[in-house]
Design a protein around this ligand. Structure first.
Ligand SMILES: [Mn+2]
Length: 217
């Protein structure tokens, strides 16, 4: 059995930072399990390179709202924005394979001791019933209206009382958020922040500073 589980927050095309971060963790593909929290693509300099690294390495990845949005935009031109167009064009000869791979990404990964999901868990909904549009985007939750992400509302994790550690990304404005049973790992690398890895079971945090600010928050 692999000894360490290394979980990486939102990469958004920051391949150089990813390479440096894995080096800093002393990642060993033979010994470590490597999991990505989704949002590999968009905003940053090398989305194709990041996807290639994860896909060709056979590493695990869950789907983020940016992968989901990209797949939706292929069916509905209204969502095919400049970022998605660039990624689509840059994929070149890999395009068909990558689209197939993205379509196969799971919404979550569940282990004996942890759950990985991009945004978070919709309160009151079991893991296997989580809705993809919500679980990839949720930050805050308002019980009465069933709406999500109203500013100032309660974070979804305030409603989570499970024993399994939930590891999520997506909330770069919040940054690294360590609680007893939830850990948020999106530290805004593409905004000039950091790229973060969590190592289980020790709960060790390892980070790399962004080389630059690629986009404005
Ligand atoms: Mn996201």
């Amino acid at each position: 059995m692999k000894k360490r589980v290394i979980i990486i927050g939102d990469v958004h095309g920051c391949l150089k930072e990813l390479t440096a971060l894995l080096k800093k963790t002393k990642f060993d593909a033979q010994k470590d399990r490597l999991i990505f929290l989704g949002d590999l693509i968009n905003k940053g300099p090398d989305s194709v390179g990041v996807v290639r690294f994860v896909r060709e390495g056979g590493f695990e990845c869950i789907i983020g709202n940016h992968e989901l949005g990209f797949l939706k935009s292929l069916d509905d031109p209204r969502y095919f924005n400049s970022g998605f167009k660039e990624f689509y064009n840059d994929l070149g000869s890999e395009r068909e394979e990558v689209i197939k791979w993205l379509k196969g990404l799971p919404l979550y990964i569940e282990d004996d001791n942890f759950i990985c999901i991009h945004g978070g868990l919709e309160p009151g909904v079991s893991l296997d019933k989580q809705r993809v549009d919500i679980a990839t985007r949720i930050r805050t939750w308002t019980a009465s209206s069933e709406t999500i992400n109203i500013e100032g509302a309660t974070p979804w994790y305030d409603h989570y009382d499970g024993d399994k550690l939930v590891v999520y990304g997506h909330w770069a404005a919040q940054g690294l958020m360590i609680r007893d049973n939830t850990i948020g790992l999106d530290t805004g690398c593409v905004w000039g922040g950091k790229l973060t890895a969590l190592i289980l079971p020790e709960r060790e945090i390892i980070q790399i500073e962004a080389l630059k600010q690629y986009v404005e928050p």
